[in-house]
Design a protein around this ligand. Structure first.
Ligand code: SF4
Length: 250
């Protein structure tokens, strides 16, 4: 209960600090899935370039990508990095969607109940809770929280996540503390806050609007660094960029 109250308070404080946010769709669900895969282990700029380049190289859409040679897909996304690893992955996911759905589209998710949609996306090889949450939240506006490195770090410091939780359990734990309408704002605000103020190495607690309820600050900055994950995948670069800021089974 205390954590729920704190989570709600965090959203209100960051609404005041960064402005209230209104969700808007960040594209079709299949676009979001492809963009999320491209965003892994690369910068915002590079993943955005790779996505745009891929769309330009295959103007016929995702079915054209599904039927393309892997080397041609890799050439199209070369500017985003890890092209030779991501190209076969993109094509395999598109092929699996086509086989299971009957078309190269995830349109049907728009009317699929959230838990069912979550289970469907999670069942794909290489698609984990973070990618699933990104697609459902950014594209479809579902209250499913993606937990990236910033969200995890700031939430942990605030005392909202048990220090022993891994990434997958953190998704569920944080989700249960948030009201559905707060999920989008919590995610976007915490990424912004994690980049500007609650940075990884030296958080700027003296200028932070969350200090009065922050476990890290109240402990004098002594929360164990060992409990913070060292290798969480990064942010969902391309989609974050569109909201003014800024996830292998991810
Ligand atoms: S008070 Fe410090 S540790 Fe706590 S959220 Fe703010 S910057 Fe992060």
């Amino acid at each position: 209960m205390v954590k729920k109250v704190t989570a709600e308070w965090v959203v209100k404080q960051l609404d005041k600090e960064y402005g209230e946010l209104a969700w808007r769709s960040h594209g079709e669900p299949l676009d979001a899935l492809m963009q999320t895969i491209l965003s892994q282990a690369t910068s915002d700029v590079n993943s955005g370039r790779a996505f745009d380049s891929l769309r330009r190289a295959f103007p016929g859409g995702w079915d054209e990508v599904r039927l393309a040679e892997v080397r041609d897909i890799a050439d199209a996304i070369r500017c985003g990095g890890l092209a030779d690893a991501k190209a076969p992955r993109l094509r395999a996911v598109l092929q699996e969607i086509h086989e299971r759905v009957g078309s190269t589209s995830l349109e049907f998710l728009k009317t699929t109940p959230t838990e069912e949609a979550k289970a469907f996306l999670n069942s794909f090889h290489g698609v984990g809770p973070k990618t699933t949450a990104c697609v459902l939240m950014f594209s479809l506006g579902r209250p499913v929280l993606p937990v990236d490195t910033h969200v995890f770090r700031v939430s942990h410091r605030l005392g909202l996540i048990d220090e022993k939780l891994g990434e997958a359990k953190a998704h569920n734990a944080l989700q249960s503390q948030l009201k559905d309408p707060d999920v989008y704002s919590y995610h976007v605000h915490l990424i912004r806050h994690g980049r500007r103020v609650c940075v990884a190495q030296q958080p700027r607690c003296e200028e932070c609007v969350l200090g009065s309820k922050c476990a890290y600050r109240q402990a004098g900055g002594r929360l164990s660094k060992k409990t913070l994950p060292q290798n969480l995948p990064g942010t969902l670069h391309g989609l974050k960029e569109k909201v003014g800021e800024g996830s292998n089974k991810v």
